[in-house]
Design a protein around this ligand. Structure first.
Ligand code: SF4
Length: 386
């Protein structure tokens, strides 16, 4: 099965420079009704359109930007649930029934130089009630890694505030300490260590690789167009550069974004398309849980059906990527949490988030059981049915 079909010149949409020279024509061009007006004329025609789209995606086609934007026009719970069903079919066919489980630890918190508008750790938002501490000791991190392993997580991510090691001295003591901790986690547990330390140079990416890091979290947060509304101390391009440095040495990218910051549906679609172009392996989807004292503190929470629609559209655009429930799952989805796992999600963070609490892992395992899903390590794109 191939997955190289892209009709629209995506590099125009998101400004990335990618090689589309091998792109064949899409079979989806013949899909009935490629505009919302056409597909929304009746539930039957919507169903037919979704079915055709789903079959094409499972067969290896990629949907176009126009088709993705048509999906964003679906309104009303019934239509959104039809879309969720279609996305669930894609998830099942392209990823299977294993839900990837990981945990995170905030190894260094607060006082960050960057001004990300959603973040409780930025020094630019001093009114936020959030912990501030320096780098945790190796022993503290090890204890949390073992607890995450016992709770069923297969990966454990060391997350630090800050713009990143790229802006510290080449042989920074903190970076070395993190590498040492990574090596110890590998030696003493079966959990796989990941890192989210901010921007890295090629040399630092290589050092992470040599220490045993196989996946690194560095989110794009939103579309390139909307990014300056949220962050001005660094750029979307800076973030892309780090992802490329990591992928160049063979580290998988865990790269996603946040929904509910005031972005448009076009921004969401363009983020998903950019993640497809970058071929990131794992896509964490955060749902903004507004923190008082941040610039986005007064934003309302996303409607859970809007979140389901976003999840489903991400799955339709990124059929084989690991699509991960991240921060805000409990706070935003409420009773519809489980529905997300039947709308395209095939991974989730368990345990606590960086600055907010998550539900107990036992509750997550019970939720998976009730859905007939298994917690474990999901295949990376291309491993399942390839
Ligand atoms: S998201 Fe990261 S870089 Fe941005 S302010 Fe928070 S800790 Fe700093």
């Amino acid at each position: 099965m191939g997955d190289t079909v892209v009709q629209a010149p995506l590099s125009t949409a998101v400004g990335l420079s990618v090689d589309l020279s091998t792109t064949p024509a899409s079979t989806l061009a013949s899909t009935p009704g490629s505009t919302p007006e056409q597909c929304l004329t009746s539930p039957a025609s919507l169903n037919q359109w979704l079915q055709k789209l789903t079959e094409g995606i499972i067969a290896g086609d990629r949907i176009t930007r126009e088709q993705a934007l048509a999906l964003t026009k679906l309104e009303g719970q019934d239509n959104i649930l039809l879309l969720c069903q279609a996305a669930d079919k894609v998830r099942q066919a392209c990823c299977g029934n294993t839900v990837d489980l990981c945990s995170i630890v905030n190894v260094k918190s607060g006082g960050c130089s960057e001004n990300c508008g959603f973040c409780a750790q930025s020094a630019h938002h001093p009114g936020v009630d959030s912990p501030i501490y320096g780098l945790k000791s190796k022993e503290e991190i090890m204890a949390q890694a073992k607890a995450a392993e016992a709770a069923g997580a297969k990966r454990f991510c060391l997350v630090s505030q800050g713009r990143g090691p790229k802006y510290s001295s080449p042989k920074s003591k903190e970076f070395e300490q993190i590498l040492e901790t990574v090596r110890e986690i590998i030696a003493e547990t079966s959990i796989k260590p990941c890192c989210a330390l901010g921007e890295v140079t090629s040399e630092q990416a290589q050092a992470l690789k040599e220490a045993g890091v196989t996946r690194y979290n560095h989110n794009l947060e939103t579309s390139e167009r909307f990014f300056p509304e949220i962050v001005t101390t660094h750029s979307w391009r800076d973030r892309v550069e780090t992802i490329q440095n990591l992928k160049a040495v063979g580290i998988q990218a865990c790269t996603g974004g946040i929904m509910g910051m005031g972005e448009s549906w076009e921004d969401r679609v363009d983020l998903a398309l950019a993640l497809g172009e970058l071929k990131v392996e794992s896509v964490p989807l955060n749902l903004l849980n507004p923190r008082s004292g941040t610039p986005l503190g007064e934003s309302g929470k996303l409607d859970p059906y809007e979140a389901l629609k976003a999840i489903a559209i991400f799955r339709m655009i990124l059929p084989k990527q690991i699509l991960r429930y991240a921060g805000g799952r409990e706070a935003v989805m409420g009773e519809l949490q489980a529905k997300g796992l039947k709308s395209g999600i095939n991974a989730m963070l368990i345990g606590h988030y960086l600055t907010t609490l998550g539900q107990p892992p036992e509750q997550d395992h019970a939720m998976l059981d009730s859905l007939g899903l298994t917690g474990g390590e999901a295949p990376i794109p291309g491993e399942y049915n390839s």
